[in-house]
Design a protein around this ligand. Structure first.
Ligand code: AMP
Ligand code: MN
Ligand code: MN
Ligand code: MN
Length: 296
């Protein structure tokens, strides 16, 4: 069996799904900082033989539509609603993936509006911060780069490269937009508890995204997971993108220790990035409790 096929039991509520399952519960469309339209993502997922997909755009669920649901259903792809929420924990920018929310839930719709307003306010602050550093930034032009999606730091990075003020996206993040730099404005984000509440009130499962990406010490990471579980968080990503066995073991240990279910996703943004290819997700270790058990 190819390594990216999960050899797990069928969900009880989806008898039409044929084994083996292949999941990807973390990816982005052009409604945030991905390059593909949701329909293109679904087609790519089908090509990769993904059986269960969640599109988890940053702070928006605009990818989800009746057309998309009909396309997925017609092809036998199980589409799970999703979103990657930006929030703050101990002054750090943490990402919480929500899975399987009711997108019509009034509180959740208000939350999405609040996040999109927070992004617009933050974009103004990023623009001002970059101008203070001496960059020439036209916010409307950055917004054009983000269209039809919600504006984020990657669009500022792209703008700086396209206007030849930075030589690469990586350099733009390293010098001005990455963690702790002047353009990394995070004061507008809600706290961890609020983000978890938004998801769980809408019937979804809150998942700590890519726990090793925050570069926390193990003690701090344990603190994050303990706080997350204490406010009702139920799962964490144990497999994210192309991942070696050692971090997978570390994350599976942490999931067991904090009694969190396990999720897995590629964090796909665009074709041509082999470390985050859609559907290329290692199976969860057997000792993990798969996240889909929480809704199936
Ligand atoms: P934002 O959601 O606006 O805070 O932007 C965060 C996004 O920026 C992440 O989801 C990544 O897609 C992207 N990103 C973060 N760090 C880097 C980096 N060093 N190089 C390229 N993209 C990055
Ligand atoms: Mn992103
Ligand atoms: Mn993220
Ligand atoms: Mn992501």
């Amino acid at each position: 069996m190819p390594p990216d096929l999960c050899n797990v039991a069928e969900p009880r509520t989806a008898p039409y799904m044929s084994a083996p399952r292949k999941i990807d519960f973390h990816c982005h469309s052009h409604f945030s900082d991905g390059s593909l339209a949701p329909e293109e993502l679904v087609r790519l997922a089908l090509q990769q033989e993904v059986t269960h997909l969640s599109i988890t755009d940053h702070d928006t669920v605009n990818a989800y539509s009746r057309t998309l649901e009909a396309l997925a259903a017609g092809e036998g792809l199980s589409l799970i609603t999703g979103c990657e929420l930006s929030c703050q924990w101990q002054r750090r920018n943490i990402h919480i993936v929500g899975l399987n929310m009711d997108l019509h839930h009034v509180g959740y719709r208000q939350a999405m509006q609040a996040q999109s307003q927070a992004r617009l306010r933050r974009a103004n602050s990023i623009c001002a911060a970059l101008q203070r550093l001496g960059f020439d930034v036209n916010l409307a032009a950055v917004q054009d780069l983000a269209a039809p999606g919600i504006i984020g730091r990657p669009h500022f990075a792209q703008y700086l490269v396209e206007t030849r003020q930075m030589h690469s996206l990586a350099a733009a993040f390293k010098r001005v937009l990455g963690s702790g730099k002047a353009g990394d404005i995070k004061t507008n984000w809600p706290c961890l508890e609020t983000a978890v509440d938004w998801i769980t009130q809408a019937g979804g499962v809150a998942v700590v995204a890519h726990p090793l990406k925050y570069k926390l010490t193990l003690t701090k990471l344990r603190g994050l997971l303990a706080d997350f579980a204490a406010v009702g968080g139920q799962a964490m990503e144990v497999v994210t993108g192309h991942q070696d066995p050692s971090p997978t073991r570390t994350l599976a240990d942490l999931a067991q220790r904090f009694d969190l279910h396990a999720s897995a996703g590629s964090d796909f943004h665009r074709p041509g990035q082999p470390w985050a290819a859609l559907g290329h997700v290692q199976p969860l270790p057997d000792r993990c409790q798969p996240v889909w058990e929480l809704w199936s």
